[in-house]
Design a protein around this ligand. Structure first.
Ligand SMILES: *Cc1c(COP(=O)(O)O)cnc(C)c1O
Length: 400
């Protein structure tokens, strides 16, 4: 019986083993399996002198006030660091906050950011409609750009290379090592939204400095919380992130962190099962005459599959389908409305199937539109034959 139930980081242990043991309290602390929820604003000190001393160590989990987080946040930070690699993590109240904080931490008036055209929509909104007011310019680039193409877009004031791979809704897989090498050469910071690649893509091994997660998705796993994380691989970057997040008042509910800690224990199984189901469904859809293209990076023959094979060690159950160009938006709405097992909604990573028409999200792109109406599918824990039967009956609603 180990005295400390936390052998996380053991290099020989598999993912599910590490997720089962990460950030659990030592047995000597009462013996309960899970960490408790610590709620709190006030943190009292032993003495005035102790409080003054504690305030000098605010980056080192010495608590003087609730906004710096508490033990429940720190447990979740440790779990996310275990998943992503890196050395330090900061939890935020939403995934979108985890997108915004690192951008605001590094970009100042006069700076420029490079962002892929396929970026998560609300991140694009921040770059297009908020950052310009603060003197920060964003250039959107083709997510499939190579190193030479990126080099050609570079200017002396480009401070941040933002990546998201695969891209939201369109699932382009980026050549992350080649692109981050360009940023490194110019002394810029590379940040990636790694929500799709959670576990299967190791951002720091591919040259990224900052990794963003919407923990809302598979870590939460039950469509009942919003949370984000920012993980870095250096003490200096950690201080920059912590200070910016704290200065802007970012905070996450400890109750939500506790739910995320509960969700993450089963995440390896959910992720594996849902990914396998999604590949069966994707392969079935690829053979349907109504479907022109399936955009699931883990599906052989899909766009980006070769880079996925080189850089990823698994996938997830979120992918896109592009319909034959003869179908109208009204046809596709009829198909999605006709699905009985799929909810129509945003977010993903929960236990349930979701469908979302996505073409409307792509209008402002600088790179070409997808050639037909597109729908994003998230495959849940429902049985594959039931999912396929549901898709089949809904496809039958399309005009012949
Ligand atoms: C959902 C999502 C986010 C934002 O997460 P929220 O917690 O919903 O704010 C960011 N990036 C990607 C890729 C997402 O799918």
């Amino acid at each position: 019986m180990p005295d400390d139930a936390n052998p996380a980081g053991h290099p020989k242990h598999g993912f599910a083993t590490r997720m089962s043991h990460a950030a659990r309290p030592p047995i000597r602390a009462l013996g309960f399996v899970n960490p408790p929820v610590h709620r709190g604003s006030t943190v009292t000190a032993q003495s005035c002198e102790a409080r003054r001393e504690n305030a000098k160590h605010r980056y080192n989990r010495v608590m003087t006030y609730g906004t710096q987080g508490g033990p429940t946040h720190y447990a979740l930070e440790d779990v996310v660091t275990e998943i992503e690699g890196g050395t330090h993590c900061t939890i935020t109240g939403t995934g979108l906050a985890a997108v915004a904080v690192p951008l605001l931490a590094w970009l100042k008036a006069g700076d420029r950011c490079l962002m892929p055209d396929s970026v998560y929509g609300p991140g694009r909104n921040l770059a297009e409609n908020v950052l310009p007011g603060w003197g920060i310019e964003t250039q959107f680039y083709d997510p499939c750009i190579d190193a030479a193409g990126l080099e050609a877009l570079w200017t002396p004031n480009t401070r941040v290379l933002y990546l998201e791979s695969p891209g939201s809704h369109t699932f382009e897989v980026q050549d992350v090592p080649a692109l981050t090498a360009v940023a490194k050469r110019h002394g810029a910071v590379s940040m990636i939204d790694n929500t799709w690649g959670i576990h299967s893509f190791q951002p720091f091994a591919h040259g990224c400095d900052v990794s963003i997660q919407a923990l809302t998705k598979y870590v939460g796993g039950h469509s009942d919380i919003l949370l984000g994380s920012i993980t870095v691989a250096s003490e200096v970057h950690h201080h920059i992130i912590r200070n910016t997040a704290s200065a802007m008042g970012h905070y996450a509910s400890p109750d939500d962190c506790w739910l995320a800690l509960r969700g993450v224990r089963t995440m390896p199984l959910r992720l594996k099962h849902q990914t396998e189901s999604s590949l069966e469904v994707a392969a079935w859809l690829a053979k349907r005459p109504e479907v022109m293209q399936v955009r699931h990076p883990a599906l052989p023959g899909a766009p980006g599959h070769e880079i996925w094979k080189r850089d990823f060690d698994g996938g997830c159950s979120l992918f896109g389908i592009v319909f034959q160009p003869r179908y109208t938006e009204a046809d596709i709405f009829r198909f999605v409305d006709g699905l009985k097992l799929f909810g129509i909604g945003a977010s993903w990573g929960g236990y349930e199937c979701l469908a979302l028409p996505t073409n409307g999200m792509l209008v402002r792109r600088v790179t070409p539109e997808l050639p037909g109406q597109a729908v994003r599918l998230h495959i849940g824990l429902e049985e594959v034959p039931d999912i396929i039967a549901d898709l089949e009956q809904a496809l039958a609603l399309l005009p012949r």
